[in-house]
Ligand binder design. Sequence first.
Ligand SMILES: Nc1ncnc2c1ncn2[C@@H]1O[C@H](COP(=O)(O)OP(=O)(O)OP(=O)(O)O)[C@@H](O)[C@H]1O
Ligand SMILES: [Mg+2]
Length: 364
Amino acid sequence: MRVIAIVNQKGGCGKTTTTVNLAGALAADGARVLVVDLDPQAHATLALGVDPEEQDENLYEILAEPAGTRSLEEVIVGAGDGLDLAPSSIVLSALEQKLAGERHDSLTERLSIALENLPPYYDYVLIDCPPNVGLLTFNALRASREVIIPLEMSFFAVDGVQKLLETVALLNDRIGHDISVRILPTLYDGRTRYARQTLGDVRELFKDLCFDSVIRLNVKLREAARAGKPISRYAPSANGARDYAALAIEVEATPPPVERTDIPREEKEATSSDATREVVIRYRDAQAGEVRIAGDFNGWIPDKGVRSMIESEGETRIWTKVFYLQPGTYQYRYVVDGEWFRDPDNNEWIPTPAGQENSLLVVR
Ligand SMILES: Nc1ncnc2c1ncn2[C@@H]1O[C@H](COP(=O)(O)OP(=O)(O)OP(=O)(O)O)[C@@H](O)[C@H]1O
Ligand SMILES: [Mg+2]
């Protein structure tokens, strides 16, 4: 069972559209798919033709109680043709307040445990998240090994890139397990030069993290949502249906890498190819408390795959970062106490589409 969360704190970038229509496309390919609607707006529930008001029970019942109290199966409803739904309702928005008094870690594990307790029936679970990073989104991330971040290719899309990177960093830090993150360009209007330029910039910045599939602007997607059906059923020959079918194929073909925490470091290094180089860079600072490094080589997840050492030289502390890369050109930034900026000791840098600065690293 692959559990994929669709996340972006920016509203209206296509999270729900992607959840519902990727689910529809995977189901059309014969997969058994569960959509978990974690957004109190219940847009995914509505887009699958289910009226949240008419449901006796919804995800609130599962998440409001300690893990294991209720089975997720009790709230799941059929949404036709291989698709099931764990519906949302506006009451989910009250969850945060209800649980505010009970601050402990297990609150973010409730969905994860509920999914683990399901019988092994589903091939995919797709989780639609609300446009913020609160308790509900953390439940989704905890439960997922994969994240899809829809990124709108319209005028303001690139402004969100920095925020996006922070979200990705937050995931890895707080969740404590490896999450494979992919970027999905959405709402793409190829007729505008701006959108073409943005797509190029996003591909350049995120490289392999960016899906090859692109979701074009297509009014049929809006109509399908209103009709309460995935586009694979509503208008199977529309561009929107083709784009999500292509995305489904790409998702099916690229499962996340198997997590092998059991391999000792020496063995990992010995198995890496001869072309891999050891990269060592240092950061000096007298004030900083925590210094991490994030770049396209580690999916912009601070310190992922990086060994860190800290030494003191009088007042100054020196962070040494060691990691392994194939020859190529990479972009990175330091994350110093949560602030992202380019390497002050490296004169090679380029501006990002969002107007920030990334340092360049050339490995020969
Ligand atoms: N590719 C597309 N072409 C045309 N319209 C689209 C496309 N993708 C999404 N839309 C429309 O844009 C609006 C926002 O999309 P959607 O609801 O999927 O975003 P969201 O990220 O889930 O929003 P929220 O943050 O509010 O949950 C919806 O009306 C949807 O029908
Ligand atoms: Mg939504």
